[in-house]
Design a protein around this ligand. Structure first.
Ligand code: SF4
Length: 385
């Protein structure tokens, strides 16, 4: 079996009572069957509390005022304090560690929805790399797994990775170039032309910057209709399932501050933001690296999942949409705070965004469907390019 993890993976340590948004509040925590058995058979003095604080029908911990009933006033877990770490259920023991499974491969990642994991990822200054190792463990074989497509996706991901880490190029051009490349792959895939995918990959292996000119053109066009587009997109975000009620206020506020005063005001705000955030050398560096690490996170976590649904470009659209919206909502906070910005604001927005969007399958599906129908570039016939 082959295992893969990003270089920061092992650095993660839960900050428990110092966490600004504990994972033990606001969510239903689902308990695995073997932990449910263990809790049911507990005999000690803690047994009664365990039995009374679990919803046995749904297999989740009961909550009080949105907090897990075992999260005590010091923001520590009573199960862990009383019965030890081994007594934690799988969800609590593993989070924010996540694993994506492919035939013979396990890819480990951290979830962006955890504030400490988000801080680790987004403050990383160097280029993110992956560590791989093999074990003698027997490989898993899934019936119907498209191994050829999977290896092509791995190659395509390497190219996208290279584009995203091309620090000599403006981040928005990099994102647009990723979009163009993924659309080429998608067109070949839709036509069942695996050799076409190979061709695009080989061409980009020779020159991964080959789409930059077109990317620049599309980005300019996108910037021109940004005000209209962002208003459509915020409606999509508002229509998604709500996990944190205060997310609503954030979106309402963003709509009022950013869009309701008209296109000119919005563009002025964006320019001011870019001058402070984009052109000031130290901030530009910081933001461009944060945006790059965000994009790398979404690429690594989702891209190869296209082997199961054949939706390559949707994975890249989700990546771009997420980076853009984390910036958009951060810009709103910057305005509210009197045009002052710090890195914590971006980290907070990143984990809040991830909690709302990524932790609801329904939201992810709705958003991906909308992106498929409304996002991306309508490129002319790719074969004739
Ligand atoms: S969200 Fe992350 S840092 Fe916070 S308590 Fe949970 S695992 Fe720990």
């Amino acid at each position: 079996m082959r295992y893969v993890k990003p270089m920061y993976y092992d650095k993660f340590v839960c900050i428990a009572d110092r966490c600004p948004a504990s994972c033990c509040q606001g969510w239903q925590i689902v308990i695995d069957d073997s932990s449910l058995d263990r809790y049911w058979n507990e005999n000690g003095f803690f047994a009664n509390r365990l039995k009374n604080s679990i919803d046995w029908e749904s297999g989740t911990f009961c909550q009080y005022k949105g907090r897990c009933e075992f999260l005590n006033e010091k923001n520590l877990c009573d199960i862990q304090e009383t019965l030890g770490e081994k007594a934690l259920c799988d969800t609590c023991r593993n989070y924010p560690r996540h694993v994506e499974e492919f035939e013979g491969v396990r890819e480990y990642s951290l979830s962006l929805s955890c504030p400490e994991a988000a801080r680790l990822m987004l403050t990383e200054q160097s280029l993110v790399t992956l560590t791989e190792w093999e074990t003698t463990e027997e490989e898993t074989f899934e019936e119907g797994f498209d191994f050829l497509l999977y290896t092509q996706l791995l190659d395509a991901r390497k190219i996208l990775w290279k584009i995203l880490q091309d620090r000599e190029t403006n981040m928005w051009i990099r994102l647009e170039a990723c979009c163009l490349f993924s659309e080429k792959i998608q067109v070949s895939l839709d036509q069942d032309e695996y050799f076409g995918i190979d061709e695009w990959i080989r061409l980009h292996e020779r020159d991964f910057r080959m789409d930059y000119k077109l990317a620049e053109k599309y980005r300019k066009e996108k910037d021109e209709r940004n005000w209209e587009q962002k208003q459509k997109e915020i409606q999509v975000l508002k229509d998604l399932e709500r996990l944190d009620p205060s997310w609503n206020n954030l979106l309402e506020e963003a709509e009022d501050i950013l869009y309701k005063k008209g296109k000119d005001q919005y563009e002025k705000l964006c320019t001011d933001f870019q001058i402070q955030y984009g052109y000031n050398s130290s901030w530009q560096e910081k933001w461009m690296i944060v945006a790059e690490q965000l994009a790398i996170f979404f690429l690594y976590t989702y891209f190869c999942g296209a082997v199961y649904d054949w939706e390559v470009n949707k994975k890249v659209y989700l990546m771009i949409f997420s980076v853009e919206w984390i910036q958009e909502l951060t810009m709103c906070q910057w305005y509210k705070e009197g045009k002052i910005l710090n890195q914590d604001a971006v980290i907070t927005m990143a984990y809040r965004f991830a909690r709302e969007i990524e932790h609801s399958d329904q939201n992810l599906l709705c958003l991906e469907q909308w992106l498929k129908e409304n996002y991306g570039n309508k490129q002319p016939d790719l074969r004739k390019e």
